[in-house]
Design a protein around this ligand. Structure first.
Ligand code: SER
Length: 581
């Protein structure tokens, strides 16, 4: 079976079980500013898992494009990938454990409607229970209908509880594993199974999450109004199992790309070949969904991936523009399932070509700067020099670079450009829901209000936003009067009622300083910064702040602004707590 056939078979199987096939959402989330890319099949469906009605009904299935770059440095081994497809079936308050398990088992093992895998090579795990939810005897008993009891293992939340991050739908899961070894493992004990999993001798192929609970700020707070099923099966892995090969790179998904790489290069290096194959696939899909190489956000991740591919290509003797030949193969392989790739073929190739020539230009200039002993962080931000490259060059020359200092500067840079905060690269949903985003925009308006109504020299000294309220510390040496507070509120509410645009811009640090944008006290900024402006009807900035976002796009979304409290925080510093009603 080819990958395209396996994907289609999955969708057809669930269609026959009354599921509606929905298209993959874009890799770049539309309504979720907390992540740069979809990292799981469930991400675009979160509102529906939480109870919103889906236009296509309560039974859905899809193949969802996903990107996870948290493990980018591990790509090149036999299993890590930055792009993958997640096959999923969904019950939104419809069927639950009984059908979910039956469907999974049938699809995997049935010769006709499924993949016809050997059931003697299947092992499953279920949730052993904790303070949040009971031991999943129900799933265990259902599985017993299909598999011998001694191949069903109870494991703790670490293994069998799934959530996308600290907030949102979650629940216990049951995971399905496959034994790909020539000599089957056969009956193994609980401990032997755990060991086999650790050592990669059994492969997790499918996760069924029984999403019945909700997490807030990392704590399970209770049950959802409806029970859901969220399943995820990585296409690359299931293809590997079905095709009986040892790594995802030996599947049809990669073979043609790897062959072309071998043809285009003159040095054999399996690891590098895999990295390039992985990165070109991710590049094609990202641009196909509208990402453009840049210095912030999704575009920054894309830039990093393209430049990595070029650099590794150089090492094995690939030439300028060879990546374009690889992109042709990816587009051809995937156009059946993802017509957007064919549609955007020209754009994809133009962007890759542009980014390559830009990189090669800066590479030359960067090399000269490197010779002069320029700081690695400046090499990175101004010349697009990946730190690994600087490190390699330094090694060749026998000089040391300050990696700790670089990392520190990078952290600040990334926090600002909103690209790689741990949660984002790791793929968790950060704590950025709608409420906190609105309060964040209100926070900017409050500072501008204080400056306009009370004293134009007021500077912010700290901030903190929860879902309930915003808190701002600012330098000022006396209490505000009730009348002043009212005036600030009115100033902010006037801006809300006028429905003003909130706009993000990137510019060189020097320029941002020159126009007097508000900076965070004590913060260090990179050479290129991100700013948020609230603009009046004429496009004049009434607020401009150094900020990585996220923000809403128009102030009309905010509601009514109210100051709840104004008090002393420390000598010369006042503290305001405010809400949106
Ligand atoms: N949400 C689960 C996962 O990503 C199942 O789809 O593994």
């Amino acid at each position: 079976m080819t990958p395209n056939e396996i994907r289609q078979k999955f969708l057809d199987f669930f269609k026959s079980k009354d599921h509606k096939i929905i298209p993959s959402a874009s890799l770049i989330p539309e309504n979720d500013p907390s992540v740069l890319f979809n990292t799981a099949g469930m991400q675009p469906l979160v509102p529906y898992l939480l109870g919103q009605k889906h236009p296509m009904g309560t039974r859905l299935c899809d193949a969802q494009k996903c990107v996870r770059t948290g493990d980018i440095d591990d790509v090149g081994d036999n299993r890590h990938l930055t792009f993958f497809e997640m096959l999923g079936n969904w019950s939104l308050g419809d069927y639950f454990k009984e059908e979910a398990i039956l469907y999974s088992f049938q699809f995997l093992t049935d010769e006709k409607v499924g993949l016809g895998l050997n059931k003697d090579r299947i092992y499953v795990t279920v949730f052993e229970g904790d303070e949040n939810a009971p031991r999943d005897e129900e799933a265990f008993n259902i599985w017993k209908k299909y598999l011998p009891e001694n191949r069903i293992y109870f494991l703790p939340a670490k293994n069998n509880w799934w959530s996308a991050g600290d907030n949102g739908p979650c629940g216990p899961d049951t995971e399905i594993f496959y034994d790909p070894n020539e000599t089957p493992l056969g009956d193994i004990t609980h401990d032997e199974f755990v060991k086999a999993d650790d050592e990669g001798r059994v492969i997790e192929i499918w996760n069924n999450v029984f999403m019945q609970y909700e997490k807030k700020s990392g704590i399970v707070v209770g049950k959802l109004a409806q029970h859901n099923v969220d399943t995820g099966m990585g296409l690359e892995r299931i293809v590997m199992v079905k095709q009986g090969v040892k790594t995802v790179f030996d599947t049809d998904l990669f073979v043609s790309i790897l062959e072309k790489i071998k043809e285009l290069s003159n040095v054999r290096d399996e690891k590098i070949e895999r990295i390039i194959a992985d990165h070109i696939r991710t590049t094609v899909f990202m641009i196909g969904d509208g990402a453009i190489p840049s210095n912030a956000g999704a575009g920054y991740v894309l830039r990093r991936i393209i430049r990595r591919a070029i650099r590794f290509g150089d090492k094995i003797g690939m030439k300028e523009k060879d990546l374009l030949l690889l992109s042709d193969i990816v587009i051809a392989n995937y156009s059946v399932a993802y017509s957007e790739l064919d549609k955007n073929k020209n754009l994809i190739k133009i962007e890759i070509e542009k980014e390559e020539s830009k990189f090669r230009e800066t590479l030359e200039r960067g090399l000269k700067e490197f010779e002069k002993g320029t700081d690695p962080f400046v090499l990175f931000t101004t010349y697009g020099f990946p730190i690994e490259l600087t490190e390699e060059l330094a090694k060749e020359k026998g000089v040391k670079i300050d990696r700790v200092g670089f990392n520190k500067k990078m952290e600040e840079h990334q926090k600002l450009s909103q690209t790689a905060s741990a949660g984002m690269f790791k793929g968790g949903l950060a704590n950025h829901n709608e409420k906190t985003i609105k309060l964040h925009t209100a926070h900017h308006l409050l500072l501008a209000g204080l400056q306009n109504v009370i004293d134009k020299n007021i500077k912010q000294r700290g901030s903190n936003i929860t879902e309930e309220r915003l808190r701002m510390d600012f330098m000022f040496d006396r209490k505000l009067t009730d009348e002043e507070k009212k005036k600030v509120e009115d100033w902010v509410n006037d801006k809300i009622q006028r429905g003003l645009n909130v706009v993000r811009k990137e510019m060189p640090l020097l320029e941002a300083e020159k126009i007097g944008a508000e900076m965070e006290f004590g913060a260090k900024y990179p050479d290129i910064v991100s700013l948020y402006f609230v603009e009046d009807e004429k496009g004049e900035a009434i607020s401009k702040e150094f900020c990585g976002g996220p923000h809403i796009t128009n102030t009309s979304e905010l509601g009514v602004f109210k100051i709840q409290k104004e008090e002393a925080s420390s000598a010369g510093v006042r503290r305001i707590k405010a809400v949106l009603e």
